[in-house]
Design a protein around this ligand. Structure first.
Ligand code: MN
Length: 289
């Protein structure tokens, strides 16, 4: 049975994260990410932006997170990550960083050194994935997933390339380790084409379309950069593109727990948020490891 489209949402106006990451927010834990899109909390999209070569370390400096995971996809350009758990990673086009903040980490997210030198186009996505209550205080973890390690499925008509970043699509598994079932699928239509996918029944499902337009089940067409939410019932999505298009399928098992977020902290209660702020200001985030 096909999944029906529930609603479609446009991004907010652009804002700058730090001094080098221009993004448009599609949803956050204060709106669709509160429960409707669980386990997904937030999505920021950095549409293609030009940067001249610079010596300056553009991006966002050391800042904390607790209680969830940040997933960063670079489509064009390059980013680098450094955190207080001792992790460092540089990612380029097609690469993904999957960082588990868990009990608390400080990190910086900057343009990569090689990108700073050459300048060029930066295009990126950052998705926040919630952790269940019993994993919110887990040890921080960091996964660099290089494009070469992410399996690609070429569409039967040759018009699409589908990458499984986490979870499964059919019998293809993605490399990212997750704490709850999350199928994160990256689809690029290189031209006019069609693609059907079958996803687990009952999971939260949304299509984030960043480029081009996609018609779902022959009836609903996306309008510009948008997030289209599908019902949890049903399992099949039929997509058609008239030309080049790029989208992510966010598919995951709902975490049925309260979501209380404040800035970079997402916990289950306001007491836990207070605790996070206390721990951050007393410096335990940077020494916890
Ligand atoms: Mn961050």
């Amino acid at each position: 049975m096909s999944k029906k489209v529930v609603s479609s949402h446009q991004p907010r106006p652009p804002h700058m994260v730090g001094d080098g990451l221009p993004v448009r927010n599609l949803f956050s834990y204060n709106d669709l990410g509160k429960s409707q899109l669980s386990p997904f909390l937030m999505l920021d999209y950095g549409s293609p932006s030009e940067f001249p070569p610079t010596e300056k370390k553009l991006g966002v400096g050391m800042h904390p997170h607790r209680g969830f995971e940040t997933v960063t996809l670079v489509l064009q350009g390059g980013l680098q990550h450094k955190d207080t758990a001792g992790n460092f990673g540089e990612i380029g086009p097609g690469d993904v960083q999957w960082m588990t903040a868990g009990k608390g980490v400080l990190h910086e997210e900057l343009h990569s050194e090689s990108f700073r030198k050459t300048g060029g186009t930066l295009q990126m996505v950052q998705l926040w994935v919630n952790l269940p209550a019993d994993k919110k205080m887990t040890e921080p973890r960091y996964q660099t997933l290089h494009a070469a390690d992410i399996p690609v499925i070429v569409g039967a008509d040759g018009a699409s390339k589908t990458r499984v970043i986490s979870g499964k699509l059919g019998d293809v598994s993605g490399p990212a380790k997750t704490f709850t079932p999350v199928n994160l699928i990256d689809i690029e239509f290189t031209g006019k084409g069609r693609l059907s996918v079958v996803l687990p029944e009952g999971y939260t499902t949304a299509l984030f379309v960043m480029e081009g337009a996609v018609t779902v089940n022959g009836t609903d067409t996306t309008d510009g950069i948008s997030i289209m939410i599908l019902e949890r019932n049903g399992s099949k999505i039929e997509m058609a593109a008239d030309g080049p298009a790029r989208l992510l399928i966010l598919n995951g098992k709902q975490i049925d727990e309260p979501v209380v977020g404040y800035g970079p902290f997402v916990m289950n209660s306001s007491e836990e948020i207070q605790q996070a702020m206390q721990d951050f200001s007393s410096g335990t985030f940077s020494t916890a490891q």
